[in-house]
Ligand binder design. Structure first.
Ligand code: HEC
Ligand code: HEC
Length: 374
């Protein structure tokens, strides 16, 4: 009886408004999510609001936010590619290429960690240090030397003067680096994708073709194993309740030295942990909008969706450059359990194409606010 009594007491205390603090203000933000998807975690010191989201969107598309004024976040994360890049390795502001493939940002708020293999990077706010300040290679190219210039550039814009003061009231200098980061993270959390043909089919509002339905059934089957690593509502294993242990996997993409080696510096979770067993372990990518996010894998080394699926089905990749990934000793055992004929692989590809969300890539709320003036 004790737990029940305690519960009743807690209820009473809440009703009297004593024991528990008043609910945090939720602002004017509304999540539009399908049944079964809970709102993502949002840091207590950076709550969602409509005005902050819109400010963040402007900053996300603003080239003045890079050291030399040449690129914005959107340069490597364009909306028409579901906020991923169409090249294997993206071009930074000073002409250097990124080490890995730029990831799509739809539903990024639900990820447990950010980037392909850095399990210590657990907030969008912290992730942003990378693109803004990284030097190896340079992305946005901001540094201690040019940060005052970048801030002065933005402060000279009356729109930013007005909007930062509105979104961060009662601060002596609302247009600060910390508030830029907060606003962009708010925009990123608002990039939500749950309106693909697959979602509409689930809601009884669309039909899928025979091949697409066969692919869906296969995708969910033991025979294909896909759910083990791409089984969350976001088709990764990053959402709560959808992974066991460190959700990073070696799928046998490389075996350059015959001992399971992946090429430096893209050796997966090992780069951070130093643990041999973490060789080649990368985060399972979300498969939402995957038809738009080519090229594939952490280094963009796979050109087509067909090839990405085939590599799983053949239990790894084998070619002159990659070595025999099928014999990679660190490979996740689930990959070897996959049994898919060529026709079944084609059905799965047909199904994966139903995950494209046209609403996301056309949504004016997520679009470039400067586009009209360019
Ligand atoms: C020069 C290209 C480039 C620019 C500019 C850039 N990014 Fe990225 N972004 C990448 C690459 C490449 C990755 C993958 C990084 C990795 O795994 O190491 C990435 C990854 C991310 C991720 C992780 C996504 C995930 O699923 O874990 C987020 C979030 C992100 N970028 C946000 C931003 C924001 C915000 C900006 C602007 C402040 C920005 N990016 C600017 C190339 C870029
Ligand atoms: C053991 C976990 C695991 C299983 C099982 C698995 N995948 Fe993957 N998948 C991954 C990982 C990890 C990557 C990224 C690997 C890398 O970049 O090195 C990936 C990459 C992909 C990609 C490329 C996506 C992109 O954006 O780069 C596709 C497509 C894909 N998987 C589809 C499938 C399908 C379809 C199945 C079932 C037949 C499946 N996967 C089974 C872990 C898995």
């Amino acid at each position: 009886m004790r737990p029940l009594a305690a519960l009743a007491l807690a209820g009473l205390l809440t009703a009297c408004g004593r024991e528990s603090p008043p609910p945090a203000p939720v602002g004017d933000w509304h999540w539009t999510l399908p049944a079964g998807v809970a709102p993502p975690p949002v840091p207590a010191d950076n709550p969602m609001s409509q005005a902050k989201f819109e400010l963040g969107r402007r900053l996300f598309y603003d080239k003045r936010l890079s050291g030399n004024g040449s690129i914005s976040c959107a340069s490597c994360h364009p909306q028409d590619k579901a906020f991923s890049d169409s090249v294997a390795r993206s071009l930074g502001s000073t002409g250097e290429r990124t080490l890995r493939n730029a990831q799509p940002l739809a539903n990024v708020a639900w990820r447990k960690s950010y980037t392909w293999a850095n399990y210590s990077l657990t907030t969008l706010e912290r992730q942003m240090d990378g693109p803004l300040f990284r030097t190896d290679p340079v992305e946005m190219g901001i540094n201690d030397g040019n940060l005052p210039t970048v801030l002065a550039r933005l402060r000279a814009d009356p729109v930013y003067q007005r909007e930062f003061a509105r979104v961060f009231p009662a601060e002596a200098q609302p247009l600060s680096l910390a508030n830029i980061v907060k606003a962009i993270a708010t925009f990123e959390r608002g990039i939500v994708s749950f309106d693909s043909r697959y979602d509409r089919y689930q809601a009884g509002r669309a039909v899928l073709s025979a091949a697409e339905l066969r692919g869906l059934k296969l995708f969910r089957s033991e025979q294909a194993q896909c759910l083990r690593c791409h089984g969350s509502p976001d088709f990764d294993d990053q959402m709560a309740g959808h992974s066991d242990g460190l959700p990073f996997h070696n799928i046998g993409l490389y075996n350059t030295d015959g001992k399971g080696g992946y090429p430096f510096p893209n050796r997966g979770a090992l780069e951070l942990s130093g643990q041999p067993a973490d060789m080649g372990r990368f985060r399972s990518p979300s498969l939402r909008n995957v038809a738009l996010t080519a090229p594939y894998m952490h280094d963009g080394s796979v050109a087509t969706l067909e090839e990405a699926v085939r590599i799983h089905a053949e239990h790894g990749r084998r070619d002159a450059k990659s070595g025999d990934g099928r014999r990679n000793p660190w490979k996740d055992a689930a990959i070897d359990r996959i049994r898919l004929s060529a026709a079944e692989q084609a059905d799965i590809v047909a199904f994966l194409k139903t995950l494209t969300d046209d609403t996301l890539i056309r949504d004016p709320r997520l679009a470039d606010p400067f586009a009209a003036r360019r």
